[in-house]
Design a protein around this ligand. Sequence first.
Ligand SMILES: *[C@@H]1O[C@H](CO)[C@@H](O)[C@H](O)[C@H]1NC(C)=O
Ligand SMILES: *[C@@H]1O[C@H](CO)[C@@H](O)[C@H](O)[C@H]1NC(C)=O
Ligand SMILES: *[C@@H]1O[C@H](CO)[C@@H](O)[C@H](O)[C@H]1NC(C)=O
Length: 715
Amino acid sequence: MTAVWKIYYDYYFLVQLLIWLHFLTNVCQAWLPDSGSKLVNNLKQISSIKFTGNLTHPDYFIVLSQNEHSILLGGRNKVYNLSIYDFNERIQSRIEWPSSEDHSQLCILKGKTEDDCQNYIRILYKPVPGKLVMCGTNSYKPLCRRYVETLNGHYKIEDQFEGIGICPYNPDHNSTTVFSDNQLYSATVADFSGGDPIIYRYPQRTEQLDLKQLNAPNFVSSVPYGEHIYFFYRETAVEYMNCGKIIYSRVARVCKNDKGGPHPPRDRWTSFLKARLNCSVPGEYPFYFDEIQSTSEIINGSYGDSGIQNVIYSALTTPNNAIGGSAICVYKMNDIIGAFQGSFKHQESLNSNWLALSDSMVPKPRPGKCVSDSRLLPERNVNFIKTHSLMEEAVPVHFGQPILIRVSLQYRFTTLTVDPQVRTTDNEAFDILYIGTDDGRVLKVVNIPNGEAAKAVVISENDVLPREIPIKQIKLTSESGRIVVVSRDEVRLVALAHCKSISSCSECVDLQDPHCGWDAKQKACVPMNKVTTRRYIIQDIRQGDKSKCSWTPPTDKFQFGNPSSTREAEVPPNSDKDEDLYPSVNVEDVSDCGNDIDRCAVKQKIAGEPQTLHLIIVAACIGALIVGFLSGFFFSKRFRSSGPYHDAPFFEQHNHLERLNGNQTFSAPRPNKTVNLVLNVRSPTPPLKKDNLDVTKDLNIASDGTLQKIKKTYI
Ligand SMILES: *[C@@H]1O[C@H](CO)[C@@H](O)[C@H](O)[C@H]1NC(C)=O
Ligand SMILES: *[C@@H]1O[C@H](CO)[C@@H](O)[C@H](O)[C@H]1NC(C)=O
Ligand SMILES: *[C@@H]1O[C@H](CO)[C@@H](O)[C@H](O)[C@H]1NC(C)=O
């Protein structure tokens, strides 16, 4: 054991450095083309319509539901009904629901702030037509209300019920709900302090405070698929047995028809299973993007050689304290199902490694399989799944690697939404992604599958909100390119249809935007949804090949002699509902776009010649390599000569921590510490409390098993 630790620490830094260098060189070699965007639009160039609600207090906006004409926006003590065309609020259908005086006073008494002690509406669903259920944080006392629609289109309160386990206490908590087959599934926290995570559908829930099931999760999304409900989230990885803790992305699922176990009260899932999501750049040391931030809906599309598939897009990032890396990974639903059909992970005892369980040890019927009545399951199955909810295999990423990677000191991806399968003139279809960042940007991206692989092209990078504002949610509207962008305190209706700002064929084709095509007859870059016949449209989404522009449309001599010809109607007059809804502006006058959000995107070239950019990046990489090698070499040399570490490997650990923390209290006599730590690792039941108080900073060093113990003792 000691020998292992010794080797581990000897090379710990070096290995870390190597992994980073490997990643950086990969970035340099392979993803340089990814780093650009075809268009860059700053805040002034993007015109949008803004809704701010309450100007003096935080709103914690969330789009609760939407249809073709309106969106329902949850905020502070209110639900707003906005027209999706112009963002005008339909004030007559606003729903007001503040917390009662009692509830908000109790909340203040419990030490929460006045902003906390409001009712932030988080959930809205329609169980049956004409009815509405809403849930809100209600001053840290989650509450739901049933409403019934009255004859004049207003909603009247019917009754209310407790929302614990359904709605979060804190408006900022990362929770998710989905209403499917007449049932509401929620993933949130079920206590005031936020320490009791839960995946719940009345009456079943996950085990309470069982770190093997849920370990400080941040839920991201939930979707029904087949006979299951799938939940996407990130959590502290219980299977990670090295020192420190790490967060992994997960997909978990439960059976819709789970009725609980053989014994009353049957309030626990008998089908809860989870698997890790693998979003990584392959290589000898795969580079992982481990923290999922968002997923799309399930998309049914056609993807190169892999044919028609149900897939889910997700945005993942590196941890907060690492260099900012973000990636878009696509998962096939079939691969997710595959992971749940593989082996289970098994931990023999508290401190042993998690390993694959051999199939002979798995009871029958297979735990986690949906059965017609889970109450008839044998005891053994139900107990098995409680301790084996984690699958051995991680879900592999579709196309073998992320379709898009961004390494940036400025931003990380926070959310994404997909406009699925936008058709082109040659009848191919591509998914368009809108990706939000934590610094107010929206990237419009097209996924281009090619054979087994896929690669995303960034069509435009747009500053939609000021730099300090993270984007929380993006929703599509029925108008292509027009999206709803949600942040905590404001919501914007933004048009990312760039066609009208482009004047030449080569630029139009080069953009690779499936929403735009060059009309060779009209000589204009036109939005595809306004085109009735695709005959004169030049597009090349795959290559952006400008040489196609040399094609000239055939002139038809019989055009005027044939009254039934549809030619005149091929490109419809440029008038549509936009012009009716927005005051029309002079096309040349781009600086003042008024309310016409379609006309304001201006094309800009990215600064710097690509060649220079390339050289700079290569030079930076070589520099990084040299610095990295030297510092690694220096560190290993220095620690090697700095003490009697053959006998006491843990000194090294102390040294590193001391350096990292800059904490002087660590300079206690060495022998004591050694004894402490050795005990901590070796003894099967270490004196936890004492260690904890004694060397708080060393908690990270203890194996995960120890950590768990401590948490449990606390609770
Ligand atoms: C929102 O407003 C539209 C138009 O007035 C109306 O049809 C719809 O029912 C409203 N929705 C709700 C939930 O009030
Ligand atoms: C929810 O997720 C966001 C984005 O990753 C994060 O910044 C925030 O801290 C999370 N909220 C909580 C309460 O953990
Ligand atoms: C994740 O996928 C990569 C290949 O894409 C593979 O090398 C790596 O071992 C996988 N990691 C896990 C934990 O399955």
